[in-house]
Design a protein around this ligand. Structure first.
Ligand code: GTP
Ligand code: MG
Length: 415
């Protein structure tokens, strides 16, 4: 880091630094690297058909994403995934928006495709991680970072479909519940509805995403915003002139609902929390909590578990560990016994099938031989009868000849 050096009076080389030296530049290096790499953010929108999912996404990112209207007659829920590359002040964001289409139209089949989609994204990340040569740096991460759950503005309590879906998803994804089309509720109705929803979620043990409060820099705002959940939002890309200014709003015969006005809706709060303050936390929670849980379960399913040889209990844990080992051994033994029994049953069934098959084959061969024998016997019988007839005919002819010869001998022809 020195430039060409001068010498001091003692002949010692003098070096001048070409710049600042220190590891305090590490954060800067990280930022530079991350800026080069770009960011990924994946949002999943779950809510009834026509509840305003696409409109809200457009409003959030101030972009007209291509969205297709969905019919109410889909056979089952389809997850429509669209990716967009957005850029803001040299920051590149690869945004994936996944809409659950047809949700709420076929009650009994609605939840499974959504859960399967979330799991499938975890699974493909896990498979990449398990490869000998991993490419996680370039990997297109499609794990769902947040699920915006659109609650229909009924003013009543949550529907059972809402509760079932939320309960199935709450350990797999960060859920932010939002009351859609909030402009259809009065201020008083909205307040009551929010309280009912909070009670329903609490009573049914649904865990929704909480904005983190452990970082001092954002603790205050996040505490305040946690109290506002579920956000009551309004979406629109229409521009309306209000006080000589163009604003995004919904225009009605009786007035204008401004999307970005905090007095009209919580849209601003949602955008602030989702994009400006907690986007990184959502990504981190997805990786640290939800993916970790999935990974742990899958690895256990695959048979990866600490083997007994690796199991080294500390002295303080003594009896607990022995008990745990005993339990583990007993479970293992039970499992093996079950497997053996099943194997024997399967083998016996297989043998039974084989024996029956052989029996059938032998019976068929026997029948065939019997038939051939009968046919042969019949042919021989016919032949015998034919020979018998020929013999009778021959004997008759012989007798006739002999009679004729006798007659000739008695009266020989004259001259
Ligand atoms: P599908 O993808 O077809 O399921 O619909 P969606 O949930 O994406 O709804 P979309 O954004 O297409 O909006 C459906 C209708 O609701 C449109 O007519 C929107 O203008 C309207 N809409 C969207 N947001 C709001 C809102 O906040 N308030 C009101 N009143 N209407 C809205
Ligand atoms: Mg849509």
């Amino acid at each position: 880091c020195g430039s060409m050096a001068d010498l001091d009076s003692r002949g010692v080389r003098l070096l001048t630094l070409s710049g600042h030296v220190g590891f305090d530049s590490l954060p800067e290096q990280l930022v530079c690297r991350q800026l080069c790499q770009g960011f990924t953010f994946n949002i999943m929108c779950v809510g009834e058909t026509g509840i305003g999912k696409s409109t809200l996404m457009n409003t959030l990112f101030n972009t007209d994403f291509d969205s297709q209207e969905c019919s109410h007659f889909e056979r089952c829920v389809r997850l429509r995934q669209c990716c967009y590359n957005l850029c803001e002040c040299d920051v590149h964001l690869r945004l994936t928006i996944v809409e659950a289409q047809g949700f709420g139209d076929q009650m009994d089949k609605d939840v499974e495709p959504i859960v399967n989609y979330v799991d499938a994204q975890f699974e493909s990340y896990l498979q990449e991680e398990l490869k000998v040569q991993r490419c996680l740096y370039d990997y297109l991460d499609t794990r769902v970072h947040v699920c915006l759950y659109f609650i229909t503005p009924t003013g009543h309590s949550l529907k059972s479909l809402d509760l079932v879906t939320l309960k199935r998803l709450d350990s797999k994804v960060n859920i932010i519940p939002i009351i859609a089309k909030a402009d259809t509720l009065t201020k008083c109705e909205l307040l009551k509805f929010k309280n009912k929803i909070k009670n329903d979620l609490g009573r049914n043990g649904v865990r929704i995403y909480q904005f983190p409060t452990d970082d001092e820099a954002v603790a205050q705002i996040n505490v305040a915003m946690n109290a506002h959940l579920p956000f009551a939002v309004v979406g629109s890309m229409d521009e309306v002139c209000v006080n000589n200014k163009l604003v995004r709003a919904r225009e009605y015969p009786w007035g204008v609902v401004q999307v970005d006005d905090d007095d009209h809706s919580d849209f601003g709060k949602l955008r602030e929390m989702l994009i400006r303050v907690n986007m990184e936390d959502l990504r981190e929670q997805t990786h640290r909590c939800h993916y970790e849980l999935y990974r742990c379960c899958r690895l256990k399913e695959m048979g990866y578990q600490s083997s007994l040889r690796e199991y080294k209990p500390s002295l303080s844990q003594g009896s607990e560990c022995v008990e745990a080992m005993r339990k583990q051994l007993a479970e293992e033994l039970c499992r093996k016994e079950r497997e053996m029994k099943q194997m024997i049953v399967n083998r016996m069934k297989q043998k039974e099938v084989e024996v029956k098959e052989m029996e059938r084959e032998l019976q068929a061969r026997l029948e065939c031989l019997k038939r051939i024998y009968q046919e042969e016997r019949q042919k021989v019988e016919e032949k015998r009868k034919q020979l018998e007839d020929e013999k009778i005919a021959f004997n008759q002819r012989k007798a006739a000849c002999e009679a004729m010869m006798k007659a000739q001998a008695a009266h020989p022809p004259r001259g």
